[in-house]
Design a protein around this ligand. Structure first.
Ligand SMILES: Cc1ncc(COP(=O)(O)O)c(C=O)c1O
Length: 367
């Protein structure tokens, strides 16, 4: 940068850009991408048809109100459509929340191993990020509450959390909310919530019961995970009317593209496809958690669509396991940037991919 070139605002150059899950391997090897928590089952066939139909209206601007999509989401999630704001991925909504509620000199608060986009967006707006310590890679509500300062504007909690797969219970979430000043936004990022069967895990909540009756709770959802629409960039926030109003003021007028709107409607209406995907994940998450542990590796308990695996170090470090898996085209996620250099995060894949990971890990540990 020369002395006369445009200067970014202070702090922008400090941002370490988000590193997405890798998707390539050495030439000639079949790539199995298990690094970005995408669903191996793809999107609902109905969503794909809707996406193709959107081609007919590509010359028109999208419906900026996203009203039909919000109505479909409202019906599926049993929440009021007028309290939903759609975004280009939940990433956009994270950024909009910080833009609306925090500025230079303010703080957002997150758990030590929370999702790094909270910090990255905060830095972009000149907002400081504070981290609360965790216990056993699990968000600690008391530590979060103890870390609140007069400058705290937003508390972000991913439930379940990426990259750990752990969760806080409905009661803990309620306690967190009760302990926060009402002028602090509590943002519950429920990107993986659809993977959880409420009957199997009744103490889990995405926080939506806290939205009604509070003025400060926002629940974020994405179509990138169980809905299989990562490429389209679609997410939504369920929030009190006043917060929806703020997000509506600062979002782009056409922030969600028509193919995303149309595919999103079809995807959210096809809940039987989602149930199948959930059942598939439940089966293979349990299988992978058990089988990887049987290899002698520590598997942190996960309720999402990935497992966090801890390696013993030395010859069998996470970095060498990562390289060994990559040699076979098995691309998983290193989580060094999250302060977990001994771990790898592995997305649940198709049956043959899961078994290939196991076989490869076994060979690695025998090597
Ligand atoms: C916890 C969490 N929140 C948000 C996102 C971003 O989702 P989107 O693709 O909707 O921007 C991710 C993606 O990995 C995530 O893991």
């Amino acid at each position: 940068m020369s002395a006369t070139s445009p200067k970014p605002r202070p702090g922008i150059l400090d941002i370490a850009p988000y590193v997405a899950g890798k998707s390539s391997a050495r030439a000639g090897v079949r790539v199995v991408k298990l690094s970005a928590n995408e669903t191996p089952l793809g999107a609902s066939p109905k969503a794909k048809t809707a996406f193709i139909e959107a081609a007919e209206t590509l010359h028109r601007y999208p419906d900026g109100s996203a009203a039909p999509l919000r109505a479909a989401i409202g019906e599926a999630y049993n929440i009021p459509a007028e309290q939903i704001v759609c975004g280009a991925g939940s990433d956009e909504l994270i950024g909009l929340l910080i833009h609306a509620y925090a500025g230079a000199g303010d703080e957002v608060l997150m758990s030590r191993h929370g999702f790094l986009m909270y910090k990255i967006y905060a830095q972009g707006f000149g907002v400081t990020t504070a981290f609360a310590p965790e216990k056993n890679l699990r968000c600690d509500v008391d530590a979060l509450l103890a870390s609140v300062t007069p400058r705290t504007k937003i508390v972000f909690i991913a439930n379940p959390n990426n990259h750990t797969g752990s969760y806080v219970t409905k009661a803990e979430l309620k306690r967190l909310h009760a302990g926060l000043r009402p002028d602090i936004v509590l943002a519950v990022d429920a990107a993986y919530s659809e993977y959880i069967d409420p009957k199997a895990l009744p103490d889990y909540s995405d926080g939506s019961e806290l939205v009604a009756g509070s003025g400060n709770v926002v629940v974020l959802h994405t179509f990138s995970k169980i809905y299989g629409l990562s490429a389209l960039r679609l997410g939504f926030a369920y929030a009190p009317a006043s917060i929806c109003d703020m997000l509506g003021r600062i979002r782009g007028p056409f922030n969600v593209a028509t193919p995303a709107l149309m595919a999103g409607i079809a995807a959210v209406r096809d809940q039987s496809f989602i149930e199948q995907t959930r059942a598939f994940n439940t089966k293979w998450l349990a299988f992978m958690s058990k089988e990887i542990a049987a290899l002698g590796l520590k598997v942190h308990p996960s309720i999402a669509n990935f497992v966090l695996v801890e390696f013993p170090g030395g010859k069998h470090s996470a970095a060498s396991a990562n390289a060994y898996l990559a040699e076979q085209g098995l691309i998983v996620r290193d989580v060094v940037a999250y302060g977990l250099p001994d771990c790898l995060r592995i997305t649940i894949g198709l049956e043959e991919d899961n078994k290939a990971v196991l076989q490869c890990l076994r060979a690695f540990l025998d090597s």
